[in-house]
Ligand binder design. Sequence first.
Ligand code: MEV
Length: 290
Amino acid sequence: MGEGKSLSKAILFGEHFVVHGTHAIGAALSKEIRVRISKSDKLSINIQTGQIVLDASRKILDSMDLRGNYSIEVDAEIPSSAGLGWSAAYSVALARAAANEKGITLTPEQASQYAYVGEKVFHGNPSGFDNALCALGGALMFKRGEKPISVKIGAPLHLVVAYVPRTSVTRDLVAGVSRIKEEKPEFFSLLMKKEEALVMNAKDALAKGDIPLLGKLMDENQEYLRQVGVSNPALEEIISLAKKGGAMGAKLTGAGGGGCAIALARSKNDTKTIMHAIGTKYLVFEAQIG
Ligand code: MEV
């Protein structure tokens, strides 16, 4: 028997654009996914899910040279398809469980690499940021193909996370953005430049703990995400309710098409009004980063 667990994640700035080469910033969330594997006569999983989870699991186990079949038990504190990294966290937890079964321990970087094997099955062309966040933890800045670096958080971020079921899957949302890149190269390249500058400003604002500027940058980032078509009416409603509730800024997090939005509160005390404003209609919880 082998056991492993992983943190989940929230992308603060740069999702989607990171797939095409900008930096992005995100942080691990303390909500966990735990996986336990035990030898069995066929590869199976205890949750109701699609074939893709079994395919990704097979790939991860094969890449770790763990042959034979396993019954996989998953216990998750986050919903799947919510933008909080279910697939990445599951993949990290499974890689750690497989290592545990083999009697070895993975470094966070190794856990991230094995999880990326699963992420490719789930999403087609993932940047690798989600698995890095889930495996390494903390707040990170990431660029595709480079080693993630730690980001300084000058003042804690009090976030309200709101959830609405998804209408599209990550793979299709990522492919939709790639289509825009192909069809409108100049428009897309301008957005990439704006996004890269925004992420760099966000890194400085995070280090200084400049909450009003971070809120403004979140709003701006949401505008770029709208322009590549990954927001939707429910997310827009959450964002507008959050702003009415006093949020400094709000945006979708992760792939969009539903899933989660994050709203930044001026202080811990202010999270209550924001939660109240959104929570009458949507599922909400608080998260603190830093
Ligand atoms: C999904 O959590 C984040 C995306 O940027 C995809 C990726 O980075 O692979 C939309």
